[in-house]
Design a protein around this ligand. Sequence first.
Ligand code: ADP
Length: 354
Amino acid sequence: MNQEDIYKLLSEVLDPESKRDLVSLGVVRRVECSNESISLQIELSSENPEVQSDLRSQISSLLRQKTAELALRRVPELDLEFTTVGEKPNPLPLVRSVIAVGAGKGGVGKSTVSVHLALALARMGRKVGILDGDIYGPSLPTMLGLEEIPPKIDGNTIIPFEKDGLKIVSIGRLVEPEKALVWRGPMAHGAFRQLALQSDWGELDHLIVDLPPGTGDVPLTLAQLLPLTGAVVVCTPQKVAQDDARRAIRMFQQLGVSILGVVENMSGFTAPDGTTIDLFGRGGAEDMAASMSLPFLGRLPIHPELAARGDTGEPASCHDIEGLGGTLQSLGEAFDHRIRMAERGEDRPTLVIR
Ligand code: ADP
């Protein structure tokens, strides 16, 4: 039984007072699970014992059903902790907004888009940090040319790299990348937590978190750890890519994280002679965003310099290339507009699709 199973299960448990499910209420504070035991922390608005016993019996009965479905030998032991609402202290009080960048699958350009959105905001004068949350395949060290710079740790505090006006933290410079690849569940959770909370981010307007692709543990950890302003989902124009992106979008929505927008990457290719070739088609991600009533932030074409300068650690210089620079800046402006709306609370209510 994994975290996703448990979140699905909790999305069927109704709070007897509000008649809404626990996941969309955003009251699930901790989920730790294995086939043997499940430990949950749920935050309630009152200490009403009837509510607690109602929730306990709903969860137990769904857990029995799930055990049968998965043909497990016995029902996992349930450790259910109820806490009452208190203002949860923000662990990063100097960071104004935290934004996740996710994708349904790898290779769609999630890290490329994260870096260029961060750079575009920095060029608008914002203080921006970027956290390489892709702990299974950290690519920011190469993409931002950090390999030659020695990492700095001060006691228990990680000092972010500073480059092109960004503060950057990546697991890729703290452990051997091959080691991170085998991490799962609790270790990934712990590593991510440390990177996010033990880094000296200082005062930031925006912290962009480049998540691992897919719908694994790290987005859940992030949503439990930090108050997220929202998420951006990167998608390529193909139909199959959209199906994966929809899953990532639903995951954010189930975690109560609003979608700031969808970016279509690798949207057509403009050859040096000016002819445009739609390698993977165009507009698919925009249609998907429209069909899910989500904002569309814009398209980024395939541009050889995006790949080349990402390989040599000089992505910032892409913003000065004629045509491409303008595209990146408009994407950044659309992003900035959506962040401001979310900060003012104008992006709600979020459409929750199951
Ligand atoms: P992900 O983070 O989704 O795995 P990356 O951002 O690492 O994807 O991109 C994968 C590869 O594709 C990289 O080599 C990157 O430089 C290249 N790439 C991504 N987007 C573009 C683009 N719009 N034009 C050209 N190359 C791109």
